[in-house]
Design a protein around this ligand. Structure first.
Ligand SMILES: [Zn+2]
Length: 180
């Protein structure tokens, strides 16, 4: 038999900014749920199945509890997106040309590979790397150290997908907001 809600306390804000509510039923049992989950359950008129369903913040911001930013997705999928950390190799890193000092951007992976190979650099252009090579050959320039590897940055699989421009990562089990 479905429980009848007597009162809802909250939302209360936790230290990390996330909110939750405490639902008190007429039989005086209590249930604490995250505020976004509460909002979705209100919208759906039923409780979510904690073993199968969970709330996903579409934009990756756990504090944006606007209904249009919430979707119900299978629990397993959510866990894999949010708890999977991957080395962030897609990002661009701003570096300075070791020859002329100009700043420019290079992909993380490019810098990492150059560092692994022991290649001097980075150079902003072919012109700079050419001039450097010629100067070394003519002994007017000492060999420069190999390209410095950028710091590895880890990001969740979800964030990475969002950065790649994927706005909706999974098909929601239930569509909450009407598309306008
Ligand atoms: Zn340069």
């Amino acid at each position: 038999m479905a429980k009848v809600v007597k009162k809802v306390h909250g939302p209360y804000t936790r230290k990390d900014g996330r909110e939750h509510v405490v639902i008190v039923y007429t039989d005086l049992t209590k249930r604490t749920v995250s505020y976004p989950k509460y909002l979705v359950e209100q919208k759906l008129g039923r409780e979510l199945d904690p073993k199968l369903e969970t709330i996903d913040h579409i934009d990756g911001n756990p504090l944006n509890n606007d209904l249009s930013n919430l979707q119900v997705i299978p629990l397993r999928e959510h866990t894999s997106l949010d708890s999977q950390y991957v080395a962030d190799e897609c990002r661009e890193v701003t570096v300075a040309c070791v020859y002329c000092g100009t700043s420019f951007t290079r992909f993380y992976k490019y810098l990492k590979d150059a560092g692994t190979r022991g290649t001097a650099g980075p150079f902003c252009s072919r012109k700079c790397s050419g001039q450097y090579g010629a100067a070394v050959q003519n002994s007017v320039q000492e060999k420069l150290p190999s390209t410095e590897k950028p710091e590895v940055r880890y990001t969740t699989r979800k964030k990475q997908l969002l950065e790649q421009g994927k706005t909706r990562l999974s098909e929601p089990t239930v569509v909450l907001a009407d598309k306008t």
